[in-house]
Write a protein that binds this ligand. Structure first.
Ligand code: 4AZ
Length: 267
């Protein structure tokens, strides 16, 4: 199951064409059971305001990301092909509307895929940009203290399972789902120390979806500042009852991310 999902989401990042052909039944479950917060979005959310999440990044391979520093984007390992010099990715930031003349576009110079990434857990990567983007950055959680509560998710991905990528950034909120419940939902495919789940387990209806991968899941810290607790990683479909979204557990990798970024800073 886990491997199938990984392959599926990778395929989708490249071309949404595969979507209809693979196993998904776009919209059907959602149409009959919209969950607690029906409406357009990520799935089940609303359009973000300009400047609301200034560190949100859209990557040209069809993933999301966040500005870890002004010159380093944190994204998912499954969104990139490996580690090394790479000038093929364009990062777009600074505008909720990807087609806005305000949008800042910067090319990549180097990609660092999480060491040991093999498709299970460890789903994080860093992308070094050719120049800094003058926008606020998003701090990452370096303890488990914030791995609970209500999280915000955001992205330009599909607004329903099988839906199209979005021009406007969308957002929603989802509650934490504990490891035991998430492990049960996914028949043991979770890597609990490396992954954190969120969603409306009973009803579905709100979730990240194809094209949101790599983007942040975040909440407010005790000082009232946004802090990143997850990276959009995988799930069975989008917003289905019984299948929460699965996110990379950022706190587990915070020290590795910090040292990897320091290494990239010297490149
Ligand atoms: C994806 O393919 C993807 N519902 C992202 C999130 C989820 C499923 C797929 C979780 O980018």
């Amino acid at each position: 199951m886990r491997n199938f999902l990984t392959v599926l989401k990778r395929t989708l990042a490249v071309g949404a064409v595969a979507l209809a052909a693979v196993s998904l039944q776009p919209g059907t479950a959602l149409a009959s059971d919209p969950g607690p917060h029906p409406g357009p979005s990520v799935v089940g959310g609303t359009t973000a305001q300009q400047g609301e999440f200034p560190w949100m990044v859209r990557l040209s391979m069809g993933c999301g990301g966040s500005l870890y520093t002004q010159q380093i984007v944190l994204t998912a390992a499954h969104c990139v092909n490996g580690t090394g010099a790479n000038t093929s990715i364009t990062a777009t930031a600074g505008a909720v509307d990807l087609n806005s003349s305000q949008a800042v576009k910067v090319k990549s110079t180097y990609v660092l895929q999480a060491p040991g990434y093999n498709g299970t857990g460890k789903d994080w990567a860093l992308i070094k940009l050719a120049k800094p983007i003058n926008l606020p950055t998003l701090n990452i959680a370096d303890t488990t203290a914030y791995n609970n509560g209500t999280f915000t998710i955001a992205g330009w991905g599909a607004d329903r399972e099988g839906g199209s990528q979005q021009r406007q950034l969308r957002k929603a909120t989802v509650p934490y789902v504990d490891d035991t419940a998430c492990q049960r939902a996914y028949g043991g495919s979770l890597t609990p120390g490396e992954e954190i789940c969120a969603g409306y387990l009973q009803t579905g209806g709100v979730d990240t979806c194809q094209g949101d991968s790599g983007g942040p899941m975040f909440r407010k810290d005790n000082a009232g500042a946004w802090i990143q607790v997850g990276v959009v990683s995988w799930g069975q479909g989008c917003a289905r009852p019984g299948y929460p979204g699965v996110y990379t557990e950022v706190s587990t990798f915070a020290a590795s991310i910090k040292s990897a970024a320091a290494g990239l800073g010297r490149r």
